[in-house]
Design a protein around this ligand. Structure first.
Ligand code: ATP
Ligand code: MG
Length: 442
């Protein structure tokens, strides 16, 4: 009986393999980046890379998974990212690992484990996928991408100003800064926050039974995060709550004044947002977000702040840090067009006799720096139509007749004009020059 059931198990397996897969779609909350979306995606990443290079940030990357502790320690066991949103798993060796929900903890972990605290300050730029088990909706995915920068070392407010200015420059280069508002708040240093925390708890405890379930839990573990609540009932209660800025000590006030003076001096517009606390535990002093009204509820395109306590929380020395991350998908939705990088030159064969020669010429022209498309099948008429549709401007047409004469036809697809040119088997420079000239023609 056991053998039978095992056998039937195997059979079912084989059967299901030969059938089409019933779940042949991307996992909920993930998406394929086909060339059109990839082009916008790439445009956003390139703009961030260029803007951050302007400030001396250098690109680096950390692994997409880390020991779970790297995130659970600094993010706090009670944070949304750790309690509800994490993708954690035990690997075959029994290590508990987590797909990174954000990259700041990974970058700081890399600084500590690489012994880089000897070479401060460090300025890093990164781009890559992040993973959060959230309810998917427009602008909110389970695998999404971020670009970000981290400035490790200085606790000077000018470092905060510099990364914010860099964020603004990045958004401006994408043409979206005018649609964004920069929200800015100060969370103060740990003394200020402790004083405020006590006052906030005292106030909220009088409304404890009216708070949302999430906020009830947060009241015990991290009351500051209640300020971030999107629940309407919570928001009403928060209207009269004590204000963080009333609890800032002189050091905290001076840091904020220094930052805002630098932003004002450089013409970076901002608005004060007393309820902005950011989702994460390790922020102090500066918290900021660039918010757009063009994306509905998911309007935050770039957010960040100062995290002077993070390195210590991870078990390293005390190293100050400030940084931001921006959502690539959200920004890509704001980018109107991005051109897909298609070749503008194709080699089209008129008959099979020219296949090998066409392949060889394509390689020679690529060596000469020209992007070449080489369709492998189809009648000439169809190939010309397809090439035209794909944005090809110039076609090199090769057939057995031309090969016999050592020539090719160079055809301008915009006006249909065609000229016969010599083909030298070992030297395509003349042809390359003619192609370059034809691409320049209006
Ligand atoms: P939100 O309040 O929208 O959930 P967050 O505070 O969780 O944002 P951060 O952790 O600061 O966001 O991440 C920085 C940026 O990454 C966000 O401003 C947003 O543009 C983007 N982002 C965050 N989560 C997602 C997601 N699930 N899908 C797509 N983009 C996201
Ligand atoms: Mg979130």
């Amino acid at each position: 009986c056991r053998i039978k059931s095992r056998r039937s198990g195997i059979n079912t397996n084989l059967k299901s393999r030969s059938k089409p897969m019933s779940r042949l779609q991307p996992v909920r909350g993930t998406a394929d980046l086909l060339p059109d979306s990839m082009a916008k995606h790439r445009l956003v990443i390139d703009a961030a890379r260029a803007a951050s290079a302007r400030y001396g940030f250098q690109e680096m990357a950390t692994p997409i998974f880390e020991f779970s502790e790297v995130f659970s320690r600094p993010l706090g066991e009670s944070s949304d990212i750790v309690t509800k949103e994490n993708y954690s798993f035990a690997d075959r060796g029994g290590e508990i690992l987590t797909l990174r929900p954000e990259n700041t903890a990974g970058v700081v972990r890399a600084m500590i484990s690489g012994g880089l605290t000897q070479s401060l300050p460090l300025k890093y730029f990164y781009a890559g996928p992040m993973f959060r088990y959230e309810r998917p909706q427009k602008g909110r995915m389970r695998q999404f991408h971020q670009v970000g920068i981290e400035y490790l070392g200085p606790n000077d407010a000018l470092a905060d100003a510099e990364i914010i200015a860099c964020g603004a420059r990045f958004l401006a280069s994408l043409g979206v800064l005018d649609d964004c508002e920069l929200h800015l708040n100060s969370l103060g240093d740990s003394n200020s926050r402790m004083a405020y925390r006590a006052a906030l708890i005292a106030y909220l405890e009088t409304f404890a039974d009216q708070l949302s379930d999430d906020s009830k839990t947060r009241l015990a573990v991290n009351p500051l995060r209640i300020l971030d609540s999107k629940d309407a009932g919570d928001c009403a209660i928060l209207q009269d709550a004590p204000r963080l800025q009333d609890y800032l000590n002189d050091v905290s006030k001076a840091h904020f004044a220094d930052l805002t003076a630098a932003l004002d001096g450089a013409g970076v517009a901002w608005v004060f947002d007393p309820l902005l606390v950011r989702g994460l535990d390790y922020y102090c002093h500066t918290a900021f977000e660039f918010v757009t009204t063009s994306l509905g509820a998911q309007g935050t395109v770039l957010g960040g702040g100062r995290y002077d306590g993070l390195a210590e929380m991870l078990g390293g020395p005390k190293v100050a840090g400030v940084g931001w991350a921006a959502g690539v998908e959200r920004l890509a939705m704001l980018v109107e067009t991005a051109s897909v990088n298609n070749p503008r030159v194709a080699i089209l064969t008129a008959d099979d006799g020219a296949r090998q020669a066409a392949f060889r010429l394509a390689e020679q022209l690529r060596d000469a720096g020209i992007d070449i498309d080489l369709p492998t099948s189809g009648a000439m008429g169809k190939k010309l139509k397809k090439a035209d549709k794909a944005g090809i401007r110039t076609a090199v047409i090769m057939g057995s007749d031309e090969l016999a004469k050592n020539t090719v036809q160079l055809r301008n697809l915009s006006d249909g004009r065609q000229q016969e040119l010599p083909l030298h088997p070992d030297d395509c420079s003349g042809l390359a020059a003619a192609i370059a000239k034809s691409l320049l023609a209006p």
